[in-house]
Design a protein around this ligand. Structure first.
Ligand SMILES: [Zn+2]
Length: 132
């Protein structure tokens, strides 16, 4: 699955990033995903959770930002949304000198470190037994 290799590479990059002093883990990772990057955000979120298990990113939230594909025509200057699959032919002049402006992005934009140690899940609060 393509998303799994992307998720693993995101985890890898964050693990290699310099951890600020006093940080214990990663709370949130922001990524930008271009429409033409071939990544399904939902599938990536699912794989990300699996990829984080047992790493400093365990329990981190993945925040994805979707970037639509945009193209521009060199001869006439028209710009348009490419859609998916991408339409790379200018509708105005039928020119083929098309430049892709955005849509291939796949990058980490922000990492939020957690200053608190990851608290183990305490489970349901115990009910104190009433002594009678
Ligand atoms: Zn054109």
């Amino acid at each position: 699955m393509h998303e799994m290799s992307v998720a693993l590479s995101v985890v890898d990059h964050v693990e290699q990033a310099v951890r600020p002093d006093g940080a214990h883990g990663v709370r949130r990772v922001h990524v930008e995903i271009g429409e033409l990057a071939g990544v399904v955000p939902d599938a990536l979120a699912f794989c990300f959770e699996l990829a984080c298990s047992g790493t400093v990113l365990e329990g981190a939230e993945l925040v994805t930002r979707f970037l639509p594909g945009r193209a521009s025509c060199a001869p006439c200057g028209r710009t348009w949304d490419t859609g998916m699959p991408p339409d790379m032919t200018c509708a105005a002049c039928r020119g083929g000198a098309t430049e892709l402006l955005s849509g291939r992005e796949l990058r980490i934009t922000e990492v939020h470190w957690s200053a608190e140690p990851a608290a183990p899940d305490p489970g349901p609060a115990p009910h104190p037994e009433e002594s009678r």
